[in-house]
Design a binder for this molecule. Structure first.
Ligand SMILES: *[C@@H]1O[C@H](CO)[C@@H](O)[C@H](O)[C@H]1NC(C)=O
Ligand SMILES: *[C@@H]1O[C@H](CO)[C@@H](O)[C@H](O)[C@H]1NC(C)=O
Ligand SMILES: *[C@@H]1O[C@H](CO)[C@@H](O)[C@H](O)[C@H]1NC(C)=O
Ligand SMILES: *[C@@H]1O[C@H](CO)[C@@H](O)[C@H](O)[C@H]1NC(C)=O
Ligand SMILES: *[C@@H]1O[C@H](CO)[C@@H](O)[C@H](O)[C@H]1NC(C)=O
Length: 259
């Protein structure tokens, strides 16, 4: 034990030294004890939206383990998603298995969405002390659906269930028409994007198809491409409603201009 001279004026010092030695002792014991067990997780996992992703944590020990707690924690929400031998939320499936010197705890994230991204910490408390290990989950290459149409002077295309966010590039043959387009991005309740874009096609060749592609800047790649044919079924459908809509747009345009 550490010797501290006791005089009333020394009480604060003695307390401080006492705390420091307790902390030091605890740290030393847990690091020495932790050596009897290794915890293994993969450091990175990537999934597409809608997939199921299983994270596995494996504890191996030199002697049989007496486990006090074994769990997976989602750090972004400070939420325990899986605790060994306990029921978990319906959005996860938890599974634990044990052999003599190996214990496994796996959690399956069902229907992965952008909100599931982040660090997952596997924590083990046992007679050997405390250990933890982290897996980082990313969500990428998500695309739910897409569609295109041509109405009057505009070609339109949309991509839904997109993640990470994207933009739309337009071209016709070798000509890049992206600058003549306008793109809108809406977020759905899962955090995915619906990216829709329209292009004024009066400048292009009316007999050639346009290509619209979904470009994901953060990934540096094109996730999908559609061909939009100017001579299509929808071209004939110019109803009175559309004409009225055009007039409303013109009026709104004039009003905006006046303001
Ligand atoms: C994910 O798991 C659930 C439940 O086990 C299953 O019903 C579903 O089909 C799985 N989804 C995929 C994409 O594998
Ligand atoms: C995380 O949650 C636990 C209880 O579940 C709580 O004791 C702890 O303070 C929380 N930590 C943070 C950083 O919110
Ligand atoms: C088309 O132009 C846009 C910018 O206007 C650019 O980001 C894109 O890379 C171009 N696409 C091609 C295929 O050159
Ligand atoms: C995406 O947005 C476009 C344009 O707003 C819309 O026509 C389309 O139905 C949307 N798709 C989904 C799946 O929400
Ligand atoms: C579109 O118009 C052309 C000729 O003007 C006609 O042959 C064709 O059947 C029309 N298509 C539809 C879907 O109405």
């Amino acid at each position: 034990m550490m010797k501290v001279r006791s005089s009333p004026s020394d009480v604060e010092t003695r307390r401080a030294v006492g705390w420091v030695s307790i902390l030091w002792f605890t740290a030393a014991v847990s690091s020495a004890a932790g050596q009897g067990v290794t915890l293994h997780t993969t450091s990175q996992e990537a999934a597409r939206c809608g997939e199921n992703l299983t994270l596995t944590c494996e504890a191996s020990s030199s002697r049989p383990l007496d486990i006090k707690s074994f769990s997976w924690l989602f750090l972004a929400k400070n939420k325990s998603v899986c605790v060994a031998d306990r029921p978990c939320d319906p959005e996860f499936v938890c599974d634990s298995a044990a052999e003599l010197l190996v214990h496994r705890l796996s959690v399956t994230l069902l229907n992965v969405m952008p909100a599931n991204q982040g660090d997952y910490l596997c924590k083990l408390h046992s007679t050997f002390g405390a250990k933890d290990s982290t897996t980082t989950v990313t969500v990428q290459d998500c695309l739910g659906g897409s569609g295109s149409s041509i109405k009057e002077a505009f070609a339109r295309c949309w991509f839904s269930g997109v993640y990470p966010s994207g933009t739309v590039h337009w071209s016709q043959g070798k000509d890049n028409f992206t600058r003549a387009s306008s793109t809108l991005q809406q977020v759905d309740h899962h955090g995915r994007y619906n990216v829709s874009s329209s292009l004024d096609i009066r400048e292009g060749n009316p007999n050639q198809p346009y290509a619209c592609s979904l470009w994901i800047p953060s990934a540096g790649k094109t996730l999908a491409s559609l061909m939009v044919h100017p001579v299509g079924k929808q071209e004939n459908r110019s109803s009175g409603g559309k004409v009225q809509l055009q007039w409303i747009c013109v009026l709104v345009g004039i009003m905006t201009f006046m303001i």
